[in-house]
Design a protein around this ligand. Sequence first.
Ligand SMILES: Nc1ncnc2c1ncn2[C@@H]1O[C@H](COP(=O)(O)OP(=O)(O)OP(=O)(O)O)[C@@H](O)[C@H]1O
Ligand SMILES: [Mg+2]
Length: 515
Amino acid sequence: VSVAGAALGAALPGDGSPLRILMVEDVETDAELVLAALRRAQLAFTARRCETAADFVRLLEEFDPHVVLADYSLPQFSALDALALLREQRVRLPFVLVTGTQTEEIAVQCIKEGADDYVLKERLARLPAAVSRAIQTHRTEREKEHAEDALRSSEERYRLIAENTRDLICLLDPNGAVLYVSPSCRELLRYEPAELATAADLWRMPDDAVGRPMGILRLALVDGGANEVQCRHRDGDWRTFEAVGSWVRGDDGGVQHAVVVLRDVTDRKRAEERLREAQLQLIQAEKMESVGRLAAGVAHEVKNPLTVILMGVEYLRQRFDQFEPEVVTLLEDMEASTRKANTVVRGLLDFSTPGTLDRLPVALNSIVEGALALMRHEFARAQTEVVVDLADDLPALELDRHKIEQVFVNLFLNALQSMPEGGRLTVRTWRADENGRRSRAVCAQVEDTGGGIQPDKISKIFDPFFTTKPLGRGTGLGLTVVKKIIDLHGATIAVSNKQTGGVVVSLVFRTGPGE
Ligand SMILES: Nc1ncnc2c1ncn2[C@@H]1O[C@H](COP(=O)(O)OP(=O)(O)OP(=O)(O)O)[C@@H](O)[C@H]1O
Ligand SMILES: [Mg+2]
């Protein structure tokens, strides 16, 4: 009895209230016997008895029992009926069959229909233990269901997080094999998770020697902090991801998994890059401006004295013309040097003065031809083959004829100077096509077969005073002035090395709105 009592204690409702027992029994004295057996086990309980289905249903509601004890057969009701009603109402209660002399067969049938146990009326001493066991079984089942529910909803929550994040979440095993990639990769990279997990060429680590996916692990975890990984988008574009990882340890403290969260920072990186470029350009522009001011100051101061010297030298040359040959030669050298100095000063002024344009509608070809005529002797002297290929369908452009001629002369000179042993200079003009339609842009190219520009120098060629030519040959202002004139016209210039050697300079002029 005491053992049963202890077991029953565990079966009691947690809040200390007495156990509520609903009995299905038509014989009052039988009911008393059953309750007496429970009382002997020192169980605190209250009991209600019913004989019909209607009462049973009513008491289920009203009395809210913890356990049902049912006789097998009553005049108007039975244990099987009660079990059917419970099922119908979706109520699950501990259910013990308490029966007279019925056969085992009936008991087995009841258990099949959902009863937990059965006790024969002549063995009521077994009842407390049977009730206790039935209650405990139900409680354990309920707890298991709760745990399963909780697991399901927590899994559902994690699935929601993993599948709806903009980040890429990867689960790796300790050897670096990718076990899971969140579906966000479909939107981020247009690849399926399985493709990303297995294709090594979709990943790029800063250190090429590091293989994927150990590389991701090492980057994200071992090095600590955030690291950058690149993943390829299906369109071929490499996207930059910031990787942050953490180890997942098991109960024994050993590493079981690694979680790596990758965030697409490509746009941020590009914006930073643009900002840096803009800052550099600003610094460069400021530098130019101060160089320009200095150059303008010096040029202004030097220009007038040079004019005076030049006039003086010319006068003296005329005076001494018939006399001493050495003096004449000396004066001629002085005149040539002074003219050269004058050209440099003019270049400085061209590059440093704000520059106003005198624009008139003009045919670009006629300007090119003018510049070619100016250079005719130079070409002949350097044995340069000149190829001229000018389109005859060009619209007129609003240009400052004089300044654009200066542009071509400078480009021809550079080409010429790059081919001291002779070579071929090509100048061409054409009307650009845009999407198959004739566009409003006019293009021009000056091409040579010279030595080209060293790749690391190509970014400097527009800088004032940048020259690779020996002292006295170049001042490094030619392309600076060219660029300035082109900018003033709203045109563009690009200088590049040709694969076959030599340089090609491309100009693009937009036609005015009147065209
Ligand atoms: N066609 C070209 N072939 C090879 N290098 C070139 C060519 N055009 C320009 N360069 C390089 O760019 C540099 C700058 O050219 P830029 O015309 O500004 O100055 P420069 O020719 O040296 O001197 P300047 O034109 O003032 O007499 C040159 O010194 C040369 O190194
Ligand atoms: Mg030059």
